[in-house]
Design a binder for this molecule. Structure first.
Ligand code: ADP
Ligand code: MG
Length: 361
């Protein structure tokens, strides 16, 4: 196996779609049969929770990696998504970021060298700053993806970011390249957006991905269910956009030097079938309720594995590693009157199902 391509998702601005891109590009690359490791370096750990992993319930995180108290391989955990593993984020990371003496500018690069031959892609979600942690990520990376929100002010900060990347390149990491500028949250019909895209074309023509990520509600809803958009709403525009982007990234890797200049969004993905079970045609608990008129119908969940349950009804309040998952069925105000669906797993499969009122313990 060749060495992984390490790609950092960077922009010093918050709310531009870094984490959304990190989660869904990783998931899409995995669906396209690439072995992927996602690394969450943002102390907010949104990429981690967005994949259904609650940081309070796990012992491995990026913190162990930076502290050097665990081997890199021991910081990695499985996710529900095919071919996708993660080094979870940690709120403790913000302390490390201020305590610079623990940090060597090469920490992440050295840690990743140990496992680089086990993956095709390593995707790093960065925090919205160009501080020491992001610098560490840039030193460790082969390339960067720069998500920019489709709005006028995005262009102002893009020049700054480009020159910061250029100086990292000259001082620390000469192989660092721009994988692409990714336009996110675009509403293509708006004239305003069209003007921004035209301006971008002037300055950065060869660096913009052909794929543009459109504004799509499923992309913002999926993290609440602890899953990528591909398992939350398989046929949504967001799912398709991130699959297209990922196929562009795969193309770039196989012919490293020749960038696609064609304006057409690649349609390759239309031929890709998602390998998902299709026994039930529901995709969240509300849909499931509308479809099932009595409790017995939840029995259809029996025997499904965790991945399938996440696909069908999401991952409401649950830690993916626990063996009891609960879902609220009724919306009554009084906590004790609310009814819940409990799923009990054994060997990763739903063994028992109960609907009952909330109970402590
Ligand atoms: P960042 O990591 O750069 O801070 P996020 O990925 O967390 O940005 O995105 C900021 C907000 O915008 C989140 O609420 C996210 O759900 C939403 N969002 C991101 N991309 C899209 C999109 N294409 N369509 C709709 N909402 C989006
Ligand atoms: Mg983020």
């Amino acid at each position: 196996m060749s060495l992984a391509k390490i790609i950092a998702i960077v922009n010093q601005k918050g709310g531009v779609g870094k984490t959304t891109t990190a989660i869904n590009v990783s998931s899409a690359l995995g669906i396209l049969k690439q072995k992927v490791l996602l690394i969450d370096t943002d102390p907010k750990a949104n990429a981690t929770s967005g994949l259904g992993i609650l940081t309070k319930n796990i012992n491995n995180s990026i913190l162990n990696l930076y502290n050097g108290d665990k081997a890199t391989r021991d910081c990695i955990i499985e996710t529900c998504s095919p071919n996708l593993k993660i080094i979870p984020g940690s709120v403790g990371l913000s302390e490390i970021a201020v305590n610079l003496k623990n940090l060597n500018i090469n920490s992440l690069r050295i840690a990743l060298a140990e496992i680089k031959n086990e993956f095709d892609y390593i995707i790093i979600d960065c925090s919205p700053s160009l501080g020491y942690l992001t610098l560490n990520s840039l030193v460790a990376s082969d390339a960067v993806i720069i998500p920019i929100q489709c709005e006028y002010f995005a262009l102002n900060s893009l020049n700054n970011l480009m020159s910061s990347i250029e100086s990292v390149k000259t001082s620390f990491n000469s192989k660092l390249s721009i994988e692409g500028i990714l336009v996110t949250m675009c509403d293509k019909k708006g004239r305003h957006n069209k003007k921004i895209l035209d301006d971008l074309e002037v300055g950065f023509r060869d660096q913009i991905f052909n794929t543009i990520i459109k504004r799509n509600i499923s992309l913002s809803e999926a993290p609440r269910f602890g899953t990528s958009v591909h398992y939350y709403n398989t046929k949504s525009q967001g799912a398709i956009d991130y699959l297209n982007l990922s196929s562009e990234i795969i193309k770039n890797k196989s012919c490293m030097k020749t960038k696609l200049i064609s304006k057409k969004i690649p349609k390759i993905i239309n031929n890709e079938k998602l390998v998902l079970p299709h026994k039930l045609k529901v995709r969240n608990l509300d849909a499931y309720k509308a479809y099932s008129t009595n409790d017995d119908n939840y029995d259809k969940l029996k025997g499904l594995n965790k991945k399938e349950v996440v696909y069908y009804i999401g991952l409401m309040y649950n830690d993916i590693h626990s063996d009891v998952w609960m879902y609220r069925i009724t919306k009554k105000k009084n906590l004790f009157k609310k009814k819940y669906l409990y799923l009990y797993f054994n060997n990763n499969r739903v063994k028992q199902i109960e609907t009952k009122r909330f109970k402590f313990g």
